[in-house]
Design a protein around this ligand. Sequence first.
Ligand code: DLZ
Length: 207
Amino acid sequence: MSHTIKGLAESAVQYDGSALRVAIVHARWNATVIDALLAGAIAKLKERGVKESNIVVQSVPGSFELPLACSRVIAGAHVQANSNVTDLLGGLSFGSGASRTGTPAPGAQGSAPAVVTMPNEPFDAVIAIGVLIKGSTMHFEYICDAVSHALMKVQLDAGVPVIFGVLTALTDEQALDRAGLTPTGHNHGEDWGLAAVEMGSHVRRWR
Ligand code: DLZ
């Protein structure tokens, strides 16, 4: 096991995600940073064996919307997914198996994705990804506080791990750094992917 003063220490156990189903709910505010975090999370899920077909990606407007969306996704409220993830994700290569929910905006490029019915199987973990960057008003403080408390409530109420993938950055630079978009940065999305597999595995055993 590697040790670290700061950051996530490597687990002694390599958790196997091959039987897990994971949802990622992400905000669209600060999209450059979001996209890097999303790619990092998905890369680690797949590295740990989570099948693309068992990764569902749902976008919402902003971080404030994350708790309700996570709650409804856990409850199985979403029944449709677009099968053509590559079209929807533009340059990001998440492969063809992962599905992203939602309908593209009118006029969006690419062919209309086929709509498929998702099996209503439970999720073993949900990753909530948002990027909040402090501005000149109190908005940042209110949203950070509300979202972090609400995501904790969602996971405790549902008994499903909700990985806290919300960056609360004081500057643009901090956000870029934590998404691995600076030379010395680290992509925290990768840590969230690993946390989802670890917590999903634990909760399966604890049932
Ligand atoms: C309005 C707003 C602002 C100013 N900043 C952010 C941000 O940095 N990150 C983020 O995820 N969302 C932001 N939002 C949008 C809110 O989260 C929310 O989408 C709207 O207030 C509508 O409920």
